[in-house]
Design a protein. Structure first.
Length: 656
């Protein structure tokens, strides 16, 4: 048995030892949230709860795996039957068994963002809408609009008015496309990422027998990062927990910063109204930062009216006060940050323990240039994810056709790789194949070639030979790793890479790694479903680039949430930048921006620098004077003299 009282602090211990019921755990930054959840699961298992009766919802599958592995190490009990993973992962598994109640077949495919954009383009074309008219949104923008209506449960009109007012006059046209897009997904037996959640909720609400069965199975539900859930995710949890009411949600209202993605702050702040009998616990003991950093963070977040009051308390001993740095202009700001980083590196501080945070990506431009000049290696947290790259999608399109022969989007990508197969030719081919019971079998029949235009026959014959080579693989061998090998070495895809990409060698290496990655899956369908999910979740779910340990990190504050570094520089701490001016126009925008500032402050373990240029020389016509962020100014008057302020003040007009 685990000695919980010895392993946990008193705050964590009280949460872990609760018998059941509805629990709201407000876990401050660096307070051991993951540890508390992990021990709570272990406690449930040790108290006799069968693992199959536990559901653990997290925001990455990696987080769920890590927690459950830790539970096994702690308790020596098997966790394989615990339902653990992201909301989308959980919804996906439920829908695999029950989507037929909504008119889907069991082998439905999952669309990633590029697939969705292609299907939306098809809908635009079929709607006879002139997409060349002034300011008509592209498919990726339409996809964002449609997604936002799902995730916020708002009307299209409201979303357009609030977020895309310049498209408001196209409300009818966009609604027509959205309706057709919804219809086509059912016809093609596909779901996009938003459908996983909305369809899961539809299944639960519309089928009392399924709900009763699932609610009886998942007797204990635990939710991580509750402040980040959207309306649909919160509904799914409420519906599943309505029978037994053994629900524990863990989150921090002070770190709710993702409203632009559809996360609803009201879920956590109004939780006690939805569950009047809930017990509220606070984790306020911080293991990450020095008392001085926490003092500054507490003073800042206290200015928010809509919150659960908390005060982070440091376990660590006294450290250095944070530093407020006033630079003459943005170049001097970059010069100071780069110079201080150089000094830290020379004192043997690991690169990976240094981070520069900013509100918007363009805020890092000048610093990037300065770091390059000084030959300081850095990693920017951005870029195309591994599974969304073109060559990965090319190869997996063959696999998708093998598992779902009616997957139009996979066929489109596959066939248009071949010579003389453009949109018109593909549409003619698909019009023929879509009517067949098995599109792949129809594609391989001799009769099919009669409808192929003469110019495209050579390319299509190449494609058929490639598909035949794959089909000749015996079923045990017809797995992703072998298909990658066949495409590269027997079917000319290596030549295709060389003809189309300047980095053909690295793309080939990617495909080999993809094959290695696929070995862990027993079935190709499982591999493809995981890939589709991975393209839509946090970057940490993909392959990590080597060498990142030798680079400092440049990141937006949003991307830095959940991470920590010894030394943190927050740049552009000027009003209009932090908080960002356009964000202030949103309802409750200032409070969310203050929460974002709080997140930035609490990333630092040992030392925190807040940097503000006095002049913005390049982002407007001529030089303009900048004022420090209101979040800094509202703290400064709390103390009489500089020696009592929660930060030191450096003015670097002359020195840098």
């Amino acid at each position: 048995m685990i000695d919980y009282e010895k392993e946990l602090n008193p705050e964590q211990y009280r949460v872990v030892m609760e018998e059941g019921g509805v629990l709201l755990v407000l876990a401050g930054a660096g307070s051991g949230k993951t540890r508390t959840l992990t021990y709570r699961v272990a406690r449930l298992l040790e108290s006799g709860i069968p693992p199959e009766n536990i559901l653990l919802a997290t925001f990455t599958n990696k987080a769920a795996r890590s927690m459950l592995n830790r539970v096994e190490c702690l308790s020596n009990l098997y966790t394989g039957k615990i339902m653990g993973g992201t909301f989308h992962h959980i919804a996906h598994l439920i829908l695999r068994n029950h989507a037929f109640r909504l008119g889907y077949r069991g082998n439905f495919s999952i669309l990633d963002s590029e697939d969705s954009h292609q299907l939306i383009n098809t809908c635009i074309s079929e709607s006879k809408i002139d997409s060349k008219i002034s300011k008509f949104p592209k498919s990726n923008v339409l996809g964002e609009i449609i997604s936002l209506t799902f995730n916020t449960q708002s009307s299209l009109e409201d979303v357009l008015q609030a977020k895309y007012p310049f498209f408001y006059h196209l409300n009818n046209e966009i609604e027509q496309i959205a309706f057709l897009y919804s219809q086509k997904k059912i016809e093609l037996n596909v779901m996009d990422f938003d459908d996983l959640l909305s369809n899961c909720r539809r299944v639960l609400v519309g089928n009392p027998d399924i709900l009763e069965n699932l609610s009886r199975r998942y007797q204990h539900i635990l939710v991580d990062e509750y402040q980040d859930v959207n309306v649909i995710q919160a509904d799914i949890i409420d519906i599943l927990a309505c029978g037994h009411r053994n629900l524990m949600v863990v989150g921090d209202d002070s770190q709710s910063i993702y409203s632009f993605r559809g996360a609803s702050f009201s879920n956590i702040i109004n939780f006690p109204q939805r569950y009047p009998d809930c017990k509220i616990y606070k984790l306020e003991t911080n293991y990450r930062s020095t008392p001085e950093i926490l003092h500054l963070a507490n003073l800042s977040i206290n200015n928010n009216e809509n919150q659960f009051p908390k005060e982070l308390k440091a376990v660590r001993n006294k450290g250095m006060r944070p530093v407020m740095v006033y630079a003459q202009n943005v170049l001097k700001q970059a010069d100071f940050v780069a110079q201080r980083i150089s000094e830290l590196i020379r004192s043997d501080m690991p690169h990976s323990e240094i981070a520069v945070l900013y509100r918007a990506h363009y805020h890092s431009m000048e610093l990037q240039m300065e770091l390059v000049r000084r030959d300081i290696p850095f990693d920017i947290r951005s870029g195309i994810r591994f599974f969304e790259q073109a060559h990965i999608k090319d190869v997996t399109s063959y696999m998708r056709v093998l598992t779902n022969s009616h997957d139009e989007l996979a066929w489109r990508r596959l066939l248009t790789m071949y010579p003389k197969v453009g949109k018109v030719t593909f549409d003619k081919i698909w019009d023929y194949l879509a009517k067949k019971e098995n599109s792949l079998e129809a594609f391989m029949e001799n009769e099919f070639m009669r409808i192929v235009p003469a110019a495209a026959k050579t390319g299509i014959e190449q494609c058929r030979k490639t598909m035949q080579t794959i089909l000749e693989l015996q079923l045990p061998e017809r797995m992703p790793e072998k298909i990658v090998d066949v495409l590269l070495n027997k079917c000319g895809y290596r030549s295709y890479l060389q003809e189309n990409y300047s980095d053909a060698v690295s793309r080939e290496e990617d495909l080999i790694q993809l094959g290695i990655f696929s070995v862990q899956f027993e079935r190709m369908e499982d591999f493809l479903n995981e890939l589709a999910l991975l393209t839509n979740v946090a970057k940490e779910e993909g392959f990590e680039e080597e060498g990142k340990e030798n680079k400092i990190i440049l990141s937006t504050i949003h991307q830095a949430k959940g991470l920590e570094w010894s030394y943190v520089f927050v740049i552009w701490c000027a009003d209009g930048m932090i908080p960002l001016q356009r964000a202030l126009k949103e309802p409750s925008g200032e409070e969310e921006e203050r929460r974002l500032f709080y997140v930035a402050l609490t990333r630092a373990k040992d030392q925190l620098y807040l940097c503000c240029p006095a002049l913005d020389y390049s982002r407007a016509s001529g030089n303009i004077m900048l004022t420090p962020s209101r979040f800094i100014n509202e703290i400064a008057p709390l103390s009489v003299g500089d020696e009592n302020r929660p930060f030191e003040q450096w003015t670097l007009y002359a020195e840098y």
